[in-house]
Structure formats: C-alpha cells, structure tokens
Write a protein that binds this ligand. Structure first.
Ligand SMILES: [Zn+2]
Length: 239
C-alpha cells in the first residue's frame, strides 16, 4: 500500500520539461541541445508512422541495437515499438556486445532488426555468416556504415541514422532516409550536410554544419512523404 501511495504522490509532482541533453558531433566539435518530453513525444509519433509504413504490426518481434547515449532517438523508436505492440529486445550496438545480438536474433527470430552497426556485423562475422543470418529477416534498418556490408551479402537493408540531433529513417522505397520536416531543416553545402531546428523546437539550433558527407533530396518521395531525404555517402559506398 505504501508503494501505491508513493506512486500516487509521485504522479502529482511537477515533471521537468527536459528529457535529454543530446550531444552530437558537428563540423566544429561537439554540441549540446535540449530535448523536452513534448518533443520526444512528437519524435515518437513520427517514428511510429515510419515503422508502420514498413509493415510493423502487433504481435511481431523486434531487436533494437543501440547505445545508452543514443537515447534521444532510441527512446523514440522504443516508444514506437510499444505503440505498435511489437515485442522487442535490446542489445548494445558496440562491437563487444555482438553475441547478445546473435542470441536475441536466434531466440526472437525478429521481424525487424533496428540500428544494426558495422561494429556488430564485424563481431558477428567471426562466428556466423551475416548473409545467412539476416537475409531471412524481413526488415533490417542498419546504420550507414553497415548498409554496404549487408547489401554486399544480399541483405536489402534500409538506412537508420542520427543526423546531428535528428533521426533519419529510410522508407520502403529505399531512396534516401527521411527526416521529419516538421521539426528540422536540412541543408547541404559542398557535399556536407547541415541541420537547423524547426520553429517548434524548444532548444534553438541555427544552421549547423555536421561534417557529414551526403546529399539532401527534396520533393515528394514515391512513398507519398514530403519529408526531405538524406543520401549519406557512407551508406552508398560499395563494400
Ligand atoms: Zn519515402
């Protein structure tokens, strides 16, 4: 009873608006940006819509590989999986935890693997055939450096990537990773990407070069979305 009372009282307390401080690399060093709970809720809604387009549905299983410091987008993806009633397991995306990815992949036979990294693939390659492992997985959303490795073994991966403080997620058209235009402005100069916060963002971010090679594609995607797409150079290198 004491516990129920404590929880009831806790619910009446003011909740700070700040959910995360997002730290991301830019062309000139590292930058911090606040992320509020309200922004996180909007980011979660956007990620939910993107994953629904990929056919994720109730009763399926997912494996998310992400690191704790990536919570600013990892939390949105977890929220999306919960909203879609997709059961998920989480492994660390750093190479040393590749065995956890192998175990979850074997035990869950997930419909999707989200956030697969090149480091995880390199770890797995020592004891498994990554083509055999991931070709039967209907949806693989991989980080840019992992995409050529997967495509090289016949896994038609889609891109998921942080673009500064924003999340980029490729749709089933596989023609670039969408970024939520309602929250972010993307720019491109001399083959390098930049990002600025949209007007609705609490934390101001003027146009900031990211030191990230890529292109921005605007205009309506074949999937129907008007959200711009980034073509990240790393994801399009041949392996
Ligand atoms: Zn699209």
């Amino acid at each position: 009873m004491a516990r129920a009372d404590t929880l009831a009282r806790a619910r009446t307390l003011d909740r700070p608006a700040l959910a995360y401080v997002v730290r991301f690399p830019t062309a000139d060093g590292v930058r911090d940006m606040d992320l509020t709970w309200a922004e996180l809720a909007r980011d979660t809604d956007w990620a939910t819509a993107r994953l629904r387009e990929h056919g994720l549905a109730a009763g399926q299983r997912a494996l998310l590989t992400a690191s704790g410091f990536e919570g600013f987008w990892g939390h949105a993806v977890i929220g999306a999986l919960r909203a879609l009633k997709v059961t998920y397991g989480i492994a660390e995306a750093m190479g040393w935890d590749h065995r956890r990815t192998a175990v979850f992949h074997r035990e869950l036979t997930p419909h999707t693997v989200i956030g697969l990294s090149a480091e995880t693939l390199e770890g797995l390659a020592g004891s498994a055939d990554i083509g055999e492992m991931f070709r039967p997985t209907p949806l693989v959303l991989a980080r840019p450096a992992a995409v050529p490795l997967l495509r090289g073994v016949g896994v038609s991966a889609c891109v998921i990537s942080a673009v500064g403080p924003a999340l980029a997620l490729e749709c089933p058209e596989r023609s670039g990773a969408h970024v939520n235009a309602a929250e972010w402005r993307l720019g491109e100069w001399d083959g390098q990407l930049s990002v600025a916060a949209g007007e609705g963002r609490t934390s101001l971010l003027p146009e900031t070069p990211l030191g990230l090679a890529g292109r921005v594609v605007t205009g309506r995607c074949a999937c129907g979305s008007e959200d711009p797409r980034v073509l990240l150079a790393e994801a399009n290198q041949s392996s």
